[in-house]
Design a protein around this ligand. Structure first.
Ligand SMILES: [Cu+2]
Length: 146
């Protein structure tokens, strides 16, 4: 009887010991595992620079046959001759906002352009298109479409 009791007692100790070791080993794993994903969490932040080239690529989409710059409250060049189907861009280089607005009709109707902003328009009909700047009506320009 005694041998059986000791055997049972021994087995119990063995089970407890194995349980503690296994549990401790597991706990060690459980603790170390979340650290790795936590350490990996800042990694998605590297996705931000991936988006940036996309934002930088946006201005590259703008293509035009002719470029008019707005500098010191004046369109440059003031008059421009183009062909039907040509695209013209206006870029505001002033810190003051300007528009490109048709004198007659609505061929040219930009919003207020801030510094560095562009207005792009394709002319599909022959004619002379006189335009001005809404806040500064003395600013005038002309596009002649042949
Ligand atoms: Cu203006």
């Amino acid at each position: 009887m005694r041998k059986e009791v000791w055997f049972a007692f021994g087995m119990l100790i063995l089970l407890v010991a194995v349980g503690v070791i296994f549990n401790g080993f597991q706990t060690g794993n459980v603790i170390s595992e979340p650290i790795t994903p936590t350490g990996e969490l800042p990694v998605p932040a590297t996705e931000i620079p991936i988006d940036s080239p996309g934002e930088l690529a946006k201005p590259k989409e703008i293509t035009s046959d002719y470029e008019i710059k707005i500098i010191n409250f004046a369109y440059s060049p003031v008059d421009l001759e183009i062909n039907v189907g040509d695209t013209v861009s206006w870029e505001n280089r002033d810190t003051i906002a300007h528009t490109i607005t048709s004198e007659e009709g609505s061929e040219l109707n930009s919003r207020l352009l801030g510094k560095g902003e562009k207005y792009i328009h394709t002319f599909n009909t022959r004619g002379t298109y006189d335009y001005y700047c809404k806040p500064h009506p003395y600013m005038k320009g002309s596009i002649i479409v042949k």
